[in-house]
Write a protein that binds this ligand. Structure first.
Ligand SMILES: NC(=O)c1ccc[n+]([C@@H]2O[C@H](COP(=O)([O-])OP(=O)(O)OC[C@H]3O[C@@H](n4cnc5c(N)ncnc54)[C@H](OP(=O)(O)O)[C@@H]3O)[C@@H](O)[C@H]2O)c1
Length: 287
């Protein structure tokens, strides 16, 4: 099975190298700019192709261009092909389904989206990290074919996603990954208002952050909440809210929103009685 990549960026280069390290026959790349393409073929010890030649040469073609270009790059690359039977096209976007590759599917190709639940910023690190990544696979074909199964078999773990559910899947990944930044930013904004250096503050909070994650890992998310809301300490919450009146108003809405969302969690998991929940909700809502 010959494999090629259209798009010599971070994911295309690192996943190609990962496949080569696992014994797959990655023959080469085509891309837009010269520099990344040159670096990639050198790094992977493969060849440069035009996208049309790459499709002719390969059985499996990964489209690892930025999400907004996947459809147009595919359409342009397959324009001169009347039929694409025995060809497989795969993109690696988390947000989109394989329907983005519909024009190849209609010419007889098999189409997939294969997404690593991993952030890729360094190519060298990603090549190693893919060994521990969990991937999702999605397809509009009837079933997963033999060639794709060979790739899935070398992954540590993977799961299947319905084509209609990819947006929800990607939203979940964004919450776990990107919104964690938002939470950290919120916390660091508060420590900065105490004139504590951000780097130091993060180091200081790290054991707290990691122990919260460990608790979730060990006991499940529904059994791991600690802190004033879980204890029903209304006065502590009132003290928190008072600091917003006295200091800056930044993030007040977010604090109240997260508090109310936490009350939903507390109610759902039967952590406090109804009277306490009402009292805390009223405290978080009243201005
Ligand atoms: N990075 C991540 O954390 C991550 C994680 C999971 C999945 N993904 C997915 O992986 C895919 C690639 O992302 P990436 O982070 O690797 O992006 P990237 O580093 O920006 O690479 C995109 C590559 O596509 C090439 N390209 C752009 N337009 C093109 C065109 N019209 N024709 C040919 N090549 C073109 C670019 O060429 P130039 O070299 O000329 O710019 C670049 O080499 C995306 O679908 C993304 O959603 C990314």
């Amino acid at each position: 099975m010959k494999i090629g990549f259209i798009g010599a960026g971070k994911v295309g280069t690192s996943f190609g190298k990962f496949l080569i390290n696992k014994g797959f026959n990655v023959v080469g790349y085509s891309s837009r700019g010269k520099t990344n393409l040159e670096n990639t073929v050198k790094f992977t010890n493969t060849k440069k192709f035009s996208s049309v030649d790459l499709i002719n040469e390969c059985d499996l073609i990964f489209l690892t261009v930025n999400d907004d270009s996947i459809k147009s790059v595919l359409d342009e690359s397959i324009m001169s092909f009347e039929k694409l039977v025995n060809k497989t096209f795969i993109h690696m976007s988390g947000a989109h389904s394989s329907r983005l590759l519909m024009n190849a599917y209609e010419k007889g190709a098999k189409v997939y989206s294969l997404h690593p639940l991993q952030s890729v910023s360094s190519i060298e690190n990603a090549v190693k990290d893919f060994s521990n990544s969990v991937f999702s696979i999605e397809t509009i074909n009837e079933e997963i074919d033999e060639n794709i199964q060979k790739i899935l078999d070398i992954l540590k773990s993977y799961f299947k996603i319905d084509s209609d559910k990819k947006a929800i899947y990607h939203m979940a990944a964004s919450v776990f990954s990107n919104y964690l930044n938002t939470l950290m930013d919120f916390g660091l904004e508060l420590t900065s208002s105490l004139d504590i250096d951000k780097k130091f503050a993060f180091e200081a909070m790290k054991p707290l952050i990691y122990s919260s994650l460990k608790n979730i890992e060990n006991n499940g998310v529904e059994n791991s909440l600690t802190g004033p809301l879980s204890r029903g300490d209304v006065n502590t919450i009132k003290t928190h809210l008072k600091t917003y009146e006295e200091n800056n108003k930044n993030f007040e809405e977010f604090y109240r929103f997260m508090g109310l969302r936490t009350m939903d969690y507390i109610e759902k998991n039967g952590i406090l009685d109804e009277t306490k929940i009402d009292e805390l909700r009223n405290t978080l809502e009243e201005k």
